[in-house]
Design a protein around this ligand. Structure first.
Ligand SMILES: Nc1ncnc2c1ncn2[C@@H]1O[C@H](COP(=O)(O)OP(=O)(O)O)[C@@H](O)[C@H]1O
Ligand SMILES: [Mg+2]
Length: 461
């Protein structure tokens, strides 16, 4: 009989303490500790091995012993074809080229963003050998979603269950190639007394699923909810355990959905997949720049187009700025899709180095389309959008801007300038304002004027 101990666990990051703490020393969150109880044994790899071995007695499948002795590197047989493309190109791109056998993938996102839809569409594309475990919806609800997505004839099995042991048994019996667990917060193990969704439950269930994934050589997707303030237990705690973390973003009122890998043991973490949510499900956006720019009003001041790099591709995004006279003592600075502190820095550079008196202007900055851009190559575009709005002079509609700004007002070279310029030309732009430092590396191109600048004041209009 294992001993049951009481712990206080931070529901945000999983930090454990023996007494209640007001503020978490790990993630600095207040009031995040909840009392949980866990048996001494749960959590250990040995224990997980035992649990699966016990289940295996019910069905003696091909259980691979993970505790086997060390192997010589040269003797390990590498399987080159260990990736299975799902057929959804945007999804495969983010995964790093397709599903990897023996991998545990966490798909996180706010409720309603489209996680279940994405998983069902992936299952439909894989055409068979998929077990969809739903802890949130009944089999009828899933069937009705499948009908809406025109995927109701797909060869897959649905299990509405939240008891982890029963789920593991089904996986061992049915031997699917791909398992979707929707969602990890609904799973529970009887021997852990905390409620489903608590850190102890989520961690234990995920650890067991991880063990099964590796030993059975299958691909498992765990769906996890995160709320806006990140208070719900789960995904944060799981991030260290799983192989890949996919984040599904975009606000519910917006049509775009962006899938991003924030951790990937099998691929790059820079790639993004872009989808549009429609009645019949998620539609892949293969040329996002066109869509991002489709609603642009070229006659308004404060709008500048910037070619940004997202993973392996270039996207053209519209930076919108609005500078208006403040009605209060303190001017407001608000951003959407851009770092607020970076905006404040760029405003200071504009004031000091370009002599633009912004001290009594409210400044709002928005990256159109719901995209979040962090790369510094957008700096010059942001600065020019603000200046365009402040001076009420619209930017030439066929011009794109790229460049990083230094504190001295110098415009610094950016990476992959040629690819960015080519993408802009492809979409009909014929003038590029870019750092002088990038000019010498660019080949001569027809149909486009390249304007190289060294300092921010040279770009002002
Ligand atoms: N009957 C419907 N018709 C059209 N769109 C729907 C319908 N039901 C749900 N949706 C869309 O699907 C979204 C929910 O997707 P879902 O995959 O269930 O999200 P999650 O699993 O992330 O909570 C909703 O926000 C809505 O946009
Ligand atoms: Mg769902």
């Amino acid at each position: 009989m294992s001993k049951v101990k009481t712990l206080f666990v931070c529901q945000s990051c999983g930090y454990q303490a023996s007494k209640y703490l007001g503020k978490c020393p790990e993630c600095d969150k207040w009031n995040s500790f909840v009392e949980e109880s866990a048996s001494d044994e749960s959590g250990s790899a040995k224990h997980h091995d035992q649990v699966i071995r016990n289940l295996k007695k019910i069905d003696s499948s091909t259980y691979v012993d993970l505790s086997e002795s060390a192997q010589r590197l040269e003797e390990i047989q590498f399987q080159a074809d260990h990736r299975t493309p799902t057929g959804i190109l945007e999804f495969d791109r983010v995964l790093g080229g397709g599903l990897v056998k023996g991998s545990l993938v966490l798909v996180g996102g706010e409720p309603g963003i489209g996680k279940s839809t994405l998983m069902l569409q992936m299952a439909a594309h894989l055409k068979g050998d998929v077990l969809y475990v739903s802890g949130e919806e009944s089999v009828y609800q899933i069937k009705s979603r499948a009908e809406r997505l025109a995927a109701s004839k797909v060869n897959m099995k649905i299990l509405a269950e939240t008891n982890l042991e029963k789920i593991l048994q089904t996986i061992l019996r049915e031997k699917p190639q791909v398992v979707v667990v929707d969602s990890v917060q609904t799973l529970y193990r009887e021997e852990i007394q905390s409620a489903p969704g608590s850190v102890s439950q989520v961690r234990e269930c995920a650890a067991l699923l991880m063990h099964l994934t590796k030993s059975q050589h299958i691909s498992v997707f765990l769906v996890g909810h995160v709320t806006k303030d990140g208070t719900l237990a789960g995904p944060k705690v799981l991030e260290h355990m799983v192989d890949t973390v996919l984040q599904f973003e975009g606000d519910q009122h917006h049509l775009f959905r962006i899938l991003r890998a924030t951790k990937n043991r099998f691929g790059s973490t820079n790639e993004i997949g872009i989808f549009e949510m429609q009645d019949k499900g998620l539609i892949e956006i293969t040329n996002p720049s066109e869509l991002f720019l489709s609603e642009r009003d070229v006659h308004h001041s404060g709008s500048v187009v910037v070619p940004v790099l997202e993973g392996s591709r270039v996207l053209l995004v519209e930076v919108q700025a609005l500078a208006s006279t403040t009605s209060y003592g303190m001017p407001q600075r608000t951003t959407s899709g851009f770092d607020l502190r970076r905006l404040q820095l760029l405003i200071a550079v504009l004031e000091k180095r370009a002599r633009l008196p912004l001290g009594s202007s409210d400044i709002f900055l928005n990256i159109a389309g719901g995209l979040h851009v962090e790369e510094p190559a957008i700096d010059l575009g942001v600065a020019l959008a603000i200046s365009s709005s402040y001076q009420e002079k619209p930017m030439d509609p066929h011009t794109v801007v790229l460049g990083e700004l230094g504190l001295g007002g110098e415009v610094r070279a950016v990476s992959h300038a040629e690819r960015r310029v080519r993408e802009a030309v492809k979409l009909g732009f014929n003038r590029v304002i870019l750092p002088k430092g990038n000019l010498k590396d660019l080949p001569s191109m027809t149909g486009v004027t390249l304007v190289g600048i060294r300092r921010i004041d040279e770009a002002m209009f």
